[in-house]
Design a protein around this ligand. Structure first.
Ligand code: BG6
Length: 512
């Protein structure tokens, strides 16, 4: 059953205001992120007239390029990554605002050169001295770059002009290093200048969680322990570690996905209504709810988490290599490529409602979704009848990707002379309704930074709250290395341990 069949491109959309005049400096500009996401996102913003006419970009990296070769490279890449036809006029406008500076981020002189270039490019494009620094480098450079920006006076906000720094993930490797990095950068920057990015928050459906909950009156009354039986959050990927073996060996699925992406989703699902949509009001509630998650004891880590690593598997007649055979991965690697966990929240709204989270590489299907499973009805009407036994849980499923939408599953009578019940689905599909979008997910985040809205960026305390929750798990896992790795075939739904985690509670994962 489809609630909505037709697309509706005529829905009213508020024209957004364009970003402030701004000079963006991308550190690590020759990497994948710039060509795949940042440049296409800037192009889309320019096309939608959401980028100030007073805009320029300086890419910096260690690579031996110059302005011309950098532009040529990006002009080729945009045709591959733009997600739609490239409008030559828009691209030409953007391209001529792109510059390049080669340099070593550890070299003090580089920052003086960069400063000069910023003045020159900024002046030429009549930019009001607003600078956005995007750190798309390896995390080892984050602290160093910010310190040097401070030393060269480039982080200082004067005469009403802003200086903001966007920091990519991973933000820290554990609680201690995340805290140390926060301390280090706060020596130079005020919290309002720091934009810790989590690209999950650029996804429309993730942003829609807040809208569904707080712009409607039908969900909130049942959004609590009285009506909700449990919640599942799944972020399953079909891909393996691709060419990122070296990074992944150190990170693993837990660090890579949980304290950032999955906890962002968890906090949006569980937080109390903020008093406004102002950045700190929202982030206060997100942090508060993360602090309400019970920190697992040593024993609980063993019974409430499961980890896995994929071995060779077959999908559609194709043999997929095991993790230990991937490029730049140790032959006896103990790194987890899958993690599942049960979390309990210690607050009035969620007491006794389990939250099951899982994420993994090389799983059966690419899907990111949240399943809210409601309690069964009291069954007064159907007690002791066959119908009573047929009654299933109602479910609200929020599909984050690849097909963005929301579906509601509920019981209906199957037409006919007998009283038989079946589960029906009411589907809201983003694409059907709003048409397809060519967004990379970074447009909103870049634009927000250029307008000074930090709602969708992580604050220092949120990041540390996330790490505090997983630190005990990382500690126990380190002390007790896995004995059964590898333990799930590539192309499956993960290890048996993850199924048992739910079976112990009389439940099962919803795999679809
Ligand atoms: C990244 C992780 O942050 O998120 C990757 O480092 C992961 O390992 C990716 O594949 C998932 O993001 P998305 O948007 O593809 O679901």
């Amino acid at each position: 059953m489809n609630a909505i069949h037709e697309s509706n491109p005529d829905l009213p959309r508020t024209p957004g205001r364009s970003g402030d005049p701004c000079l963006m400096v991308i550190f690590g500009a020759t990497g994948d992120l710039t060509k795949r996401k940042l440049i296409p996102a800037l192009y889309n913003l320019a096309k939608a007239k959401l980028l100030s006419r007073k805009f320029a970009l300086i890419g910096t990296a260690f690579d031996e390029l110059n302005e011309e070769t950098f532009r040529q490279q990006l002009a080729q890449d945009i045709r591959t990554y733009a997600l739609g036809e490239v409008d030559d006029k828009v691209w030409a406008w953007l391209e001529k605002r792109i510059h390049y500076l080669k340099g070593d981020f550890r070299d003090e002189n580089f920052y003086w050169k960069l400063r000069e270039m910023c003045y020159a490019v900024g002046g030429k494009n009549a930019i009001d001295d607003n600078y956005c620094y995007y750190l798309a480098t390896a995390p080892t450079f984050f602290g160093e770059i910010i310190r040097q920006l401070g030393n060269s006076g480039m982080a200082k906000e004067e005469s009403g002009h802003w200086r903001r720094v966007i920091i990519e993930k991973p933000f820290g490797h554990d609680l201690e290093s995340a805290h140390a990095l926060n301390m280090e950068i706060k020596d130079v920057l005020k919290e309002r200048q720091i934009y810790r990015i989590d690209h999950y928050l650029g996804k429309e459906t993730v942003q829609n969680i807040m809208v569904s909950r707080f712009a409607n009156s039908i969900f909130e009354p049942i959004w609590n322990r009285r009506y909700i039986d449990h919640v599942q959050i799944t972020a399953a990927e079909e891909v393996g570690v691709e060419r990122r073996g070296a990074y992944y060996e150190n990170a693993g699925a837990m660090r890579d996905m949980v304290p950032n992406h999955l906890f962002q989703v968890l906090s949006l699902i569980t937080m109390e209504p903020p008093i406004s949509f102002e950045a700190n009001a929202v982030r206060d509630e997100q942090t508060k709810v993360l602090r309400a998650v019970q920190i697992p004891t040593h024993e609980e880590v063993l019974s409430m988490t499961a980890r896995g690593q994929y071995h060779e598997g077959n999908v559609d007649g194709l043999t997929l290599a095991g993790y230990r055979n991937e490029e730049r991965v140790a032959a006896d690697s103990k790194t987890e490529t899958f993690v599942a966990m049960k979390l309990m929240l210690d607050n009035w709204r969620w007491g006794d409602v389990p939250f099951y989270l899982r994420t993994g590489k090389r799983m059966a299907k690419r899907t990111t979704e949240i399943v809210i499973q409601f309690r069964r009805p009291p069954m007064v009407l159907f007690r002791n009848t066959e119908i009573g036994k047929q009654i299933k849980h109602n479910r609200l499923v929020i599909h984050l990707q690849p097909n963005e939408g929301i579906s509601l599953e509920f019981e209906a009578k199957i037409p006919g002379p007998l009283m038989n019940l079946g589960v029906v689905k009411m589907d809201f599909d983003y694409e059907d309704y709003f048409g397809s979008s060519c967004n990379t997910g970074y447009e909103r985040l870049l634009h927000d930074c250029m307008t000074g809205d930090a709602t969708l960026f992580q604050r220092a305390d949120m990041v540390e709250a996330g790490w505090s929750l997983i630190q005990p798990i990382l500690d126990v896992w380190k002390a007790l290395p896995p004995r059964s790795f590898p333990n799930y075939p590539a192309g499956s739904w993960g290890p048996k341990d993850a199924d048992e985690l739910l079976e112990r509670d009389g439940r099962h994962w919803i795999n679809r």
